[in-house]
Design a protein around this ligand. Structure first.
Ligand SMILES: [Mg+2]
Length: 173
């Protein structure tokens, strides 16, 4: 089985549009990472981490991936606060039992510093994370609603991984 890490925001859950409209409402300068981080840290993620915001059937898709037994799956999610971490963990544990590991990463730490990325797949919507992952020897797959590849393998539904990787978790060329 190949190790597969799945990002949360913008992959499992469609949180990004709501987060950016919140920043706009609060008058946050989008170029100021520190301001953005502070706004996210004080935001109640419980308002948007809800079943109605599941992105492109992700929960069912992940169940299909589990059933395929091709991947050893973990969630790998950046967080801005411990409260955000708790909301995400509770949500994921409502849908998935102990067959998926949940790894919470402080926003200012690279995902590659938390897990052994070499030979493992990361599905993420953020190119910055994918670039670091690839540089660290991992297999980077971009999640994009509009299938905007930006130089990576791309998908807009998680079950498309079953068309990209075979029964052994090896890449299908
Ligand atoms: Mg993301």
């Amino acid at each position: 089985m190949r190790r597969l890490y799945i990002d949360f925001d913008g992959v499992v859950m469609d949180t990004i549009p709501a987060l950016y409209s919140m920043l706009e409402k609060e008058g946050v300068d989008l170029n100021d990472e520190d301001q953005k981080r502070k706004a996210f840290a004080s935001y109640d993620f419980g308002l948007i981490i809800k079943d109605k915001n599941i992105l492109n059937d992700s929960v069912n898709c992940i169940n299909k991936l589990l059933e395929s037994k091709r991947f050893e799956i973990s969630f790998l999610s950046h967080v801005n606060s411990l409260e955000e971490a708790v909301v995400k963990i509770r949500y994921l544990r409502r849908h998935f039992k102990d067959d998926i590991t949940i790894i919470i990463v402080p926003k200012w730490v690279s995902k590659t510093k938390m897990v052994h990325s070499e030979g493992a797949i990361l599905v993420d919507d953020f190119s910055g994370n994918l670039r670091e992952w690839k540089e660290a020897g991992g297999i980077a797959v971009r999640f994009s609603k509009d299938l905007e590849a930006k130089g990576y393998k791309v998908l807009n539904r998680l079950d498309a991984l079953l068309d990209m990787f075979d029964e052994n978790g090896d890449e299908i060329c």
